[in-house]
Design a protein. Sequence first.
Lengths: 356, 802
Amino acid sequence: MDNLEELRSALLQRVEEASDLDALDAVRVQALGKKGEITQRMKTLGGLAPEERKEAGQAFNLIKQAVAEAIEVRKGTLHEAALEARLAEEKIDVSLPPRPTTIGKMHPISQTLEELVAIFGEMGFSVAEGHHIEDDFHNFTALNIPPEHPARQELDTFYMPEKEDGSRPVLRTHTSPVQIRAMQNTTPPIRIIAPGRTFRADHDATHSPMFHQVEGLVIDEKTNMGHLKGVLIEFCRAFFGVKDLPMRFRPSYFPFTEPSAEVDIGCTRSDGQLKIGAGDDWLEILGSGMVHPKVLENCGIDSTKFQGFAFGIGIERLAMLKYGIPDLRTFYETDLRWMKHYGFLPMEMPSMVRGL
Amino acid sequence: MKFTLNWLKDHLDTDASLEVIVEKLSLIGLEVEGVENKADELKAFKTAKVIEAVQHPNADRLRVCQVQSADGISQVVCGAPNARSGMVGVFAPVGCYVPGIDLTLKAGNLRGEDSNGMLVSEREMGLSDEHDGIIDLPEDTEIGVPLAEILGLDDPIIEIAITPNRGDCLGVRGVARDLAAAGLGQLKPLKIEKIDGSFESPIKWKSDAAVAEQVPYVAGRYFRNIKNGPSPKWLQERLLAIGLRPISKLVDITNYVSFDLGRPLHVFDADKVKGDLTMRLARNGEEFLALDEETYKLDDTMVVIGDDSGVQGIGGVMGGLNSGCSDETTNMFLEVALFDPISIAITGRKSGILSDARYRFERTVDSQSADWGVDVATQMVLDLCGGEVSKISSAGSIPSEKRVIELRPSRIEDLCAVAVAKDKQIEILSILGFEVTDKGDLISAVVPTWRPDVELEACLVEEILRIHGYENIPELQMEPESYLPQGVLTIEQRRVSNARTALCWRGLDEAVTFSFVSYAEAELFGGVPDSLRVANPISTDLDTMRPSILPTLLSAAVRNTDRGYADNALFEVGPQYVDDTAKGQQKMATGLRSGSIAGRHWESGSRTVDAFDAKGDALAALEAAGAPVDNLQVFTTAPSYFHPGRSGVMGLGPKNVLAAFGELHPRVLEAMDIKGPVVAFEVYLDNIPQPKVKKGESGKIKPALILSPFQPVERDFAFLVDESVEAGKLIRSAKGADKALISDVVLFDIYTGKGVEEGKKSLAITVTLQPKDHTLTDEEIEAVSQNVIAQAMKATGATLRS
């Protein structure tokens, strides 16, 4: 039996000494394979007496089992070590930058416009658009701005070449022609906003020859100035995200509205910084009023039956105030650094329910 | 429009403070643009007596002064040569800000002597350039009097914006009337006395029949033996306060009446007028030397005032230099006229003259002022210049018709949601000068002659409401037309939005650029008809409506490149213009890329942009905008500003183009001064067909998804074709080999060179077969393969590469 004990410890030692999986497999073959030591030795049991054979058989089986188990354990250990080695070898420098991909930025004018659509859309306004080269009637006359009227002079109009019939198209000075066409082509109720490009022959630090406006128009049988006030207050508070934003409505003059109102929002100015919200100062933000009866009549709408309001806002101005963009001229310069800084990722369309 | 508080109080009997007045002005529609209160700014500076001024022990040019102010005695070291014992000067104590030297005073020590405060000069106060010495006042001046009071600057100056309809508020009296209506005091009566002339005027006013509409009325009279010269102090101070330069009594009177009552006047030196004065049309080409010393060329639309020697004034715009009054003037002839605002506006615009008279006449002056204006001017001239006055000479007549408007008292609430009692409505209109009659359910109002802007009922509503206060309008919610907000964007508007989003995701930055370009740039990108050239551009760089968005984007890319940012990926969704009609304005999604794609990286190298980047951008925009991208065909008919061999268009047919793409033409790049390649795309959003939605359906439903349980099979083919064969043709032919079974064809290799004969190329494709009802047999696969080969050969002459 000493012999068996020697065999067992010799085999176990060899298992333990196997340095890798291949060596371990060689040990397995040497010990347990068809020509392995245990197998060979077990073949010699045939010559023994039945009693002895049974006993010796059991002894061999125990060794076989012990060796097999030891191999499994060793295998696990070696496997683990091999994995560790591989992992160590596969280490990468995770500080390296990934492959570059870029998402472009949306222009602040587009973002602001989408926000306007989200807010006014919620209030039932649909979006109307029009073309930029307009005739005199739609840009001026229908709006109660006769030729040589001081209000027309103040608009700094761009003119296109005179046509054969003596008419002179203009680049629209406001998006009001869109409203005129809407009133000519639809029967009230009308509830639209008209955003888009507008043009004025003025170019300095605070004026651009092209800029964007959004105008609103509501015409029905009962809309009054209280509604105008409600809509604009609601809009400004939602747009600027200031719940208690103070607002002030002041009488003013526009040829196309009567009564007319300019609207101020509260602000504070200190150290050259402008902050929107409750403060000690006012900032003019938009013009508005009840649509002038002459304008309604010019568009074929019965002014004794229908009434409503209109308003107009500069989109760049809104964007500058909300997002702290200091210079109007930079909007059109397409400076990549500006676009990356002030632009918006296209992830999420502005929406009232998701939050602006 | 500027005026001072005391000036306002000439017309308004009020106890209201400056703050209350300023706030009210804005709230009734006379927007305050600024308030300058020198008394406030200068309140720290008060008169003080120099009790003693002795030589500084350690400095030759300094004196040590003991200054007695209302608050005690302070020692001040002063360098002024006129600092002396007994003088009265102006003392600035420690802690106050001295505007002229932009300094806040601190207690100091000058060469061993303490100095607490400063005796100031006019320049140090920012009042003048005078710096020869400190302010030196009469020795009997009391101590502790504010400097502003001494200088007559204690009258706050208010500046308001006047909207074009409120010509009446271009005179202080109009402003006072509005404030009175708003409850801030009483409008004082205007004392006007008729002064009879003692002799016939040697100069008569005449008016040509041709100008009867442009000049309904003109009046004036002759003043003799008057004495011109500098105006009295009060008048000079008022004019200076509102930014006008005092000139002489006669000229100052015209300016004062203009700003006080909104009544422009003109005064001629009667000795320089030849014969009578006539309102007439100018003759074409006639020249006129105006008071501003400029010579103007006139035409026969302009009303001028002529005498026997020529033109002495452009009516209502500017007088002439030759007949203007000077200090030597002893005889004067007065002009008080009415002009048609439109005529003045046209003449003013043509001549380019900006004057206070033009400004007022354009905005309409009170027609009755042509009558009382003569009296007001007469009184003031006699008061200031003495002399005798003639009888009045006039031509034409003052329009006498009165406008009557009826107001339904309920109209205020209908339009503005504010209930204003009828009595209150009547009261407001009355104070504003309307002659009001209460007719029960109507208010009848005669419009005052100074308010020609009030035309109809809505104008009366505004008058009442603005005085009653817009702050009384309630905030009302509009009734929603439906319980849930409805989709408000049209399909076209959503396409714009979607194309924009898709291009951002492709890595392009959105630009917004001007609609106009230079003519040369327009020519480079296809040109425009003459109808798209702006008649009055602000510069020649911006004188043509753009035929493409590319020139403005390319200019931006050039600027960015010059700044060191050569990798541009820009797009704009906006207009381009084909002609001046509504349809000639096309909605485009246009973009470009320059430099390299994605920049340098440690593993994946950078790559120069190429036409396929632009093609991919175009396809992304098209797909996002809802175009049927699977059905698009490619043609090589891109516009001339693309590289002829590296560009194409995509469309639903050769005439139905949805997009162009490719490299820009090297000639264009050279002209725009940018190194290539630059690739670009133009997507015609308007050309994308509308989705067909049946009536009563949402159009949202998708076809059923049929998932095959059988695995797809892929087969690769390498074809040899002539080098000129378009790969797209081969792909299309392979797809057509079995439309039911072939789900995809992908081109994965293009090869020329060794093993491929000259003039040929090898195109390798993978064809994916997707069986639907059984696993394909080898025979079936072989049959499809043979058909792919046959179709490819038929379409392109391709042979299978062995």
